[in-house]
Each structure stands twice: as C-alpha cells, then as structure tokens.
Design a protein around this ligand. Structure first.
Ligand code: TMP
Ligand code: ZN
Length: 404
C-alpha cells in the first residue's frame, strides 16, 4: 500500500514496467554493477496526481556522472531562447527584477537572462552541469531546491519575481517542500512557472517511455491545482508545449493576486472529460504500452532474421524504459548514434548497446533505424534527408509501431 507524495491519501497501482536501471547512467563497461528498481505507476484518487510507486534516491540519479546536457539539440536551444524572451516580455514587470531557475542544467535558458544583465540564480544539484552553466556566464548554487534553500536564497538576495523550472519539478520527491519553498521565495505579485511532461499527452500518444526514474510525477492541471492550493498558491494558466514529446507549462501565483485564465478553465474541463480524475484511463494506457512493446519486438525479430543490421538514434533517458520493457538488447540493435560527448563510448544502461559518435546515416549499411529520440523527429529527419531519399526507414513507436 502506497501513499500520495502530494496529499498523503492512499494511491492505486495502475501500471508495472518491471525492473529498470537508472535511465541516465550510461555504463563504461557491460560488466559494471548497475542499480535496479521496480518501475511502477500509482494514481491518487484524492488529488489525481500520477506518480511512481518507488522513488530512486536523488544522489543515484543527479550526481557528477549525470549525462543529460540540455544543449545538445537545436530545437531545445530555440525553445529556451523563447522561454527567456517570454520571461522578459511578460513576467518582468518591475525595475531590478530577480529570476530564480530550479535545475538550470547547463544554463541553456538562464544564459539569455544573464546576457541582458538581469539578476538571476540557478539552483542546480548536478555538479558537472552546474559547472557548464557557470562557464556560460550564469550564477549558480549547487544544491537541491526545498524550503530551507528558498529561505537562504531569500535572506541573501530578496524575493524572486520569477521562479521557474523546466523538466525538474517532476523529479523532486518532496514536492510539498518545493511548493512551500516557492511560496516563501516568490514576491507578492511574482510568477512561478514550470514545465514537465503532460500526462494527458502521454496517455493520448501511449508514450510510456516518458515513464522513468527521473520522472517521479506526471502532472495534470487537475493535480497541480490541488497541490498549489495547499501552499497559498493558485494555478492561474497553462500553455501546451511541443517539446520532449508533449509538455505543459503551468503558471502559478500567490492566491491573493490570482486570476485563473479561460484557457486553464477549458483545459481543466477537457481533462475531466477524458477521465484524468479516474484511474481507469491509466489502466487502459498500461494495456496499450504492453501492445506497443510486443509489436516492436516482433518487427525487430523479423528484420534481424532477414539479416538486417539495425541501429538506434539518440541515447535518450526515456529509451531505458522502451528498451528494457520491450526486452531489446545489443543482440537486436548494433549501436546507438548520439552527439553528446558524455555518452559516446559508453553503453546503454542494462541493455548494453554501445553508444557511438554520430555519423551520417547514409554512410551506414543498415536501412532501418529505431528512432529513440522521437521527440526530435522533425530535426532528425531534416538532417537525414539523404538517408530517407535512399530508401532508409525509421522505426517509430508512438502512438503505434510503424516503419516509414
Ligand atoms: P532528449 O530528448 O532527452 O533531449 O535526448 C536526445 C538525445 O538524442 C541526446 O542524447 C542527444 C541525441 N541527439 C542526437 O544524437 N542527434 C540529434 O540530432 C538530436 C536532435 C539528438
Ligand atoms: Zn494525492
């Protein structure tokens, strides 16, 4: 029996993906011992928050070996440039504002805020990416964000006009401490916004690979509304984003100044119409995931039996779930192409597929490529025009398995 990390009510199990490794822990050799945990999903019938059954210790995931650098794709560079512009144009309404970013990674967004001379602070627990942020001209403190950190920041720098976090709030197990910290640090009419994978999109696409160790929470407007309200905060707006396979950006303010937008009210209605406040929606999702994994295995078996050499594209964090749950190993996939220096020369966690430096696909003898970085499909297919023109095919998995 498990309890909700947001409201403490008893949760219901809705999915089990079996044993998994740490998704971003690419190993140096296939013999290296690997941490393992059970990847299960629970739904809270009281506050509607979807969450992992078992959390992995943060130090196991976010340490100096953390291999996720935000700045490896052009589309994410552009996305965070636009996010910085949005902050500047819409949210910085007074003189001498102060911006705090939780989990600033390598400074992909904050460097734009730093460039225009705005006071800012990145709070980033992974030492290696924090160092990269500093090298990008960003002020950083290497810490986890919680109520205690929020109090220290407030006493040193004053209240924050904007607090933001991209792909980080869903990582933090003590979610109430994050919201309590935001409530403490946010100025009276300031805005807190955060963006994370959106459970509505995950369900619509059956993209179960979004479920992995780092993503402890799968937010909806319904669950964020309840969570915020317990901390003197109110969800005031939501924006849909076409990054990381479908995310939502939630805007939160102090309840005293909050005026929820029509766009948010409409989205809350849509979520209810699709039963996101009902565990059944998630059980159906788990069934689709099992079908996708089975079909993918079949297609790979057929191709390898014909003597095809299959490679994969993008050693993404989420591929740990897809590969492990579908039972795919280095017997099925020869190697994974990736352009992240920290990943090259290593092996995918537990499935031990070698990660090799990106090469042009049209130089490769195989004609089939498993697209693990499907969230970057547009950018990748643009880059691989010649491969496609010469008859190369991508194997894609969501919302259903297809070869095209
Ligand atoms: P992400 O979706 O979690 O950002 O991970 C994308 C991974 O794919 C990352 O390891 C970089 C890699 N990648 C390439 O190797 N080539 C590319 O063209 C793109 C867009 C990503
Ligand atoms: Zn709950």
């Amino acid at each position: 029996m498990k309890h909700c990390r947001s409201c403490n009510a008893q949760t219901k199990p809705v999915a089990n993906f079996g044993t998994m490794p740490i998704s971003n822990r690419f190993v140096d050799t296939p013999n290296e011992p690997e941490y393992e945990f059970e990847l299960t999903v629970e739904f809270c019938p009281d506050c509607y928050l979807v969450q992992l059954g078992d959390a992995v210790e943060p130090q196991e995931m976010f340490n100096d070996a953390y291999a996720f650098f935000s700045s490896t794709s052009n589309s994410m560079q552009e996305h965070f440039k636009q996010q910085a512009q949005m902050i500047q144009e819409k949210l910085l309404l007074r003189d001498n504002p102060f911006v705090v970013e939780l989990g600033c990674n390598d400074g992909i967004m904050l460097r734009h805020i730093a460039e225009i001379g705005i006071d800012h602070l990145g709070v980033e627990p992974s030492g290696n990416v924090a160092l990269a942020a500093e090298q990008n001209g960003v002020m950083v403190t290497t810490e986890f964000f919680n109520l205690a950190t929020a109090k220290t920041i407030k006493s040193q720098y004053g209240s924050a006009d904007v607090i933001c976090g991209s792909n980080v709030v869903c990582h933090i197990e003590d979610i109430n401490s994050v919201f309590a910290g935001v409530s403490e640090l946010l100025s009276r009419d300031g805005t807190f916004f955060f963006e994370d994978p959106y459970i509505f999109d995950i369900i619509k696409k059956s993209s179960f690979d979004q479920i992995y160790d780092e993503h402890l929470f799968y937010f909806s407007c319904l669950s964020v509304e309840k969570l915020a309200s317990r901390h003197g905060l109110t969800l005031v707006d939501v924006e849909m984003l076409d990054v990381h396979g479908g995310e939502a950006r939630y805007f939160v303010q102090h309840t005293k100044v909050a005026k929820p937008s029509q766009r948010l009210i409409d989205q809350l209605e849509r979520e209810k119409e699709h039963n996101l406040n009902d565990g059944v929606a998630y059980i159906k999702f788990a069934e689709s995931a099992a079908e996708i994994a089975k079909e993918l295995r079949q297609i790979l078996n057929e191709l390898t039996q014909k003597g095809e050499e299959i490679i994969a594209y993008g050693a993404t964090s989420k591929s740990a779930t897809l590969l492990n749950y579908s039972g795919i190993t280095n017997q099925d996939i020869k190697c994974v192409f990736d352009n992240t220096p920290a990943k090259i020369g290593k092996f995918t966690p537990r499935t031990h597929i070698p990660i090799v430096s990106y090469e042009n696909l049209d130089q490769h003898p195989g004609k089939h490529v498993l697209l693990l970085a499907w969230n970057h499909a547009k950018e990748i297919k643009r880059k691989e025009r010649v491969f496609i023109e010469n008859g190369g095919k991508f194997i894609e998995t969501f919302p259903r398995v297809r070869v095209e």
